[in-house]
Ligand binder design. Sequence first.
Ligand SMILES: Nc1ncnc2c1ncn2[C@@H]1O[C@H](COP(=O)(O)OP(=O)(O)OP(=O)(O)O)[C@@H](O)[C@H]1O
Ligand SMILES: [Mg+2]
Length: 256
Amino acid sequence: MGDIFAVTNQKGGVGKTTTTVNLAASLASSGKKVLLIDLDPQGNASTGCGVDKDSLEVSSYDVIMTTVKAADAIVRPEDATFDVMPTNSDMTAAEVQLLDVKLREHRLRLALESTREKYDYILIDCPPSLSMLTVNALVASQGVIIPIQCEYYALEGLSSLLKTIERVKQRANPNLDVTGLIRTMYDARNNLATEVSRQLITHFERKVFHTVIPRNVRLAEAPSHGLPVISYDRSSRGSIAYMAMASEFIRRVESN
Ligand SMILES: Nc1ncnc2c1ncn2[C@@H]1O[C@H](COP(=O)(O)OP(=O)(O)OP(=O)(O)O)[C@@H](O)[C@H]1O
Ligand SMILES: [Mg+2]
């Protein structure tokens, strides 16, 4: 049955969506059956996978808030090698609406029960907040992937994320674990980046993935073509890094 991973960090712009899309594509190219779920009202992962978010008939919003089945909201974008459950700004309403529904923290977990078995890996792109949507992702997941941009404020906020994960683990999902922290947009010539990276390894030791994602313009360009970088420019540094990340991820997850 497919393991579910929430890609999350409430800090904005740290590389969550870039990591979700490119890890999904790299896992698929390693022969894995992959589903990407977009839970962020910004819909960046949907666009980045080539889905027109403004013409969705159903979205992850409907799966969480209505009786629409997960399978009916999943699409396979043209040219894609993995499935996508897209979303758009409709999802903004879910934050508030969820407060009034039964089993509000479990909606996504319950909705995915019948779909999980079709996949090896399900990756959830979370919004930049510790909202009810992120809690839904954490309750549905076995693992948490935390992208970190190695800059001055990187560690700030990490403790509230870890506390939220711990709270979800205690109250709703004892199986939840941090799979790993991924250093993104990394520039080894930048002293601050190397210092923050060193601190991360001191605090989190083996939870930090060895693979480092460099700053690479191809990674930033690919979404405007609706493609993961592996399809946009396979030999770019960004593409090679996410392929290495997928291998390390598979080794780590499958050895557990
Ligand atoms: N390794 C990288 N090299 C160059 N640009 C990158 C890299 N990773 C991400 N970016 C760019 O940085 C910006 C933020 O990345 P991304 O959208 O993945 O972050 P996010 O954490 O999902 O943001 P948000 O919190 O708004 O959802 C985007 O413009 C993206 O293209
Ligand atoms: Mg994002």
